[in-house]
Design a protein around this ligand. Structure first.
Ligand SMILES: [Zn+2]
Length: 123
């Protein structure tokens, strides 16, 4: 699925797939991106790049996505995230993102079982 929005150096950039989204989906995207900012994920990725720490970077990037999803879910945006990810639920994992199916499974788990622990900053 093409990027709807991403956060680069603390600034959230909206992509061309933003407009067709519902308000609930847009709110979920912004909550997810805000979580990336809150956890300094962009800065972490730059640090990995500048210091050549690419060993395990896919695993760490996937963990960042799960952490942002978790915070957004517990801020009340789980349904919006599920609706958004469900638009392209067969999207496979990439170097920087887990598959949509994996993300949706985690979000449904958190919505069902309510683990409210906040992920730690892994920088
Ligand atoms: Zn993200």
């Amino acid at each position: 699925m093409p990027v709807v929005a991403c956060t680069i150096m603390g600034v959230t950039v909206i992509g061309r797939f933003w407009e067709p989204l519902t308000k609930m989906e847009k709110d979920a995207v912004l909550a997810h991106e805000q979580a990336h900012q809150q956890l300094h994920h962009g800065r972490q990725r730059w640090w990995w790049l500048l210091t050549g720490r690419w060993n395990g970077v896919t695993r760490r990037c996937h963990q960042q996505e799960h952490d942002a999803d978790k915070i957004a879910t517990f801020a009340g945006h789980g349904r919006g995230l599920l609706k958004l990810l469900g638009r392209a639920h067969n999207t496979p994992a990439s170097d920087f993102h887990p598959s949509h199916r994996e993300r949706m499974g985690n979000i449904m788990y958190w919505m069902t079982y309510g683990d409210d622990s906040v992920p730690e900053n892994t920088c």
